[in-house]
Design a protein. Structure first.
Length: 319
């Protein structure tokens, strides 16, 4: 599978095949910009599966994809966008090895509270701690420059997502200026002849007129081609975003998950006789709990999340 992000002067575009994903976080709103090419998502779109069934995956396996790179020489690529870009926006591209282990609400809370480098490290650690059964790949980028900001003022025409294509249509280079100039020269040729009665002098504007007529004919019959959209061919647009989650309502659940994870790691470490600096661990957890006591959600998430990664670093160094 493949997901790609392009930041263009007209906004952000996402190219996509498979069940990897592209997200955008703005403030506390997390949006999934791409559509999963999976059996679950396709059935849900057709109305064969409700939201509860697609989330549980009890009836339909979630790892069956309906489009991918490799089996065929050509593949239809979804093109989503353009999406507006604002300073502070966070975009994340990731494989399903991450989203299969971490819920969207947790993703939003962590991306909101951590720097891109910190969020990548924490998210990989969390996915591995929860089993890590598949490839875990992600890229996180934050928009920091106002020069990259793009406000989409008008909604672009939505067309079916797919490969870019087009047909060559008739040229439209015959302008009124050429016709007008030719008429003026023809009139001038006639007036010169009437005034001088000399056909050699009158023939000069006539020759120019014939030359302009030839230019008009060439451009009308061929000339430079103009691309005309093929309405029967998939072009661009899409219908994203496909999922929207306000992380303000779920961030404290993420704190509970991180707190439980730290305790599980401590217990596992004690059972395996791993060496962990309990004093430093207590200091880190204390900072997180102090932030929680003041209802500072971002610092609470950040301190607990970095503590998880700190523990993972200590355990990786065990003999």
């Amino acid at each position: 599978t493949c997901s790609a992000l392009l930041l263009n002067p007209d906004g952000a575009w996402a190219g996509h095949v498979g069940d990897s994903r592209v997200y955008r976080l703005r403030g506390s709103l997390l949006e999934q910009l791409t559509f999963d090419h999976s059996l679950v998502w396709e059935m849900r779109q057709q109305g064969s599966l409700d939201e509860a069934e697609s989330s549980s995956g009890s009836r339909i396996p979630r790892n069956v994809i309906t489009r991918s790179l490799g089996p065929y020489p050509d593949v239809r690529v979804d093109l989503e966008g353009p999406f507006d870009v604002q300073p502070g926006d966070v975009f994340m591209l990731c494989s399903d090895g991450l989203t299969g282990q971490i819920e969207d609400a947790e993703l939003g809370a962590l991306l909101q509270s951590l720097s891109p480098a910190e969020s990548v490290r924490v998210l990989v650690d969390l996915a591995n701690l929860r089993g890590g059964p598949d490839n875990i790949t992600l890229i996180v980028v934050r928009i920091t420059s106002s020069q990259l900001a793009v406000a989409i003022r008008s909604q672009p025409e939505k067309r079916r997502s797919g490969s870019s294509s087009g047909k060559v249509g008739p040229a439209r280079f015959v302008t009124p200026l050429l016709w007008g100039l030719m008429a003026v020269l023809a009139f001038a040729s006639w007036m010169v002849y009437l005034w001088t009665q000399n056909p050699l002098i009158a023939v000069i504007p006539a020759v120019i007129c014939i030359g302009l007529l030839a230019v008009i004919a060439v451009r009308a019959m061929g000339g430079q081609p103009e691309a005309v959209p093929d309405t029967e061919t998939d072009l661009a647009g899409g219908k994203g975003p496909y999922v929207k989650i306000d992380c303000r309502t779920t961030a404290w659940k993420t704190v509970d998950h991180l707190r439980d994870m730290i305790q599980q790691i401590r217990v596992a470490g004690q059972q395996k006789n791993w060496s962990v600096d309990e004093k430093q661990l207590a200091t880190r957890v204390g900072r997180a709990e102090s932030a929680a006591a003041t209802r500072d959600i971002r610092n609470t998430v950040r301190e607990f999340a970095l503590t998880v990664s700190w523990l993972m670093d200590r355990l990786r160094k065990q003999d």
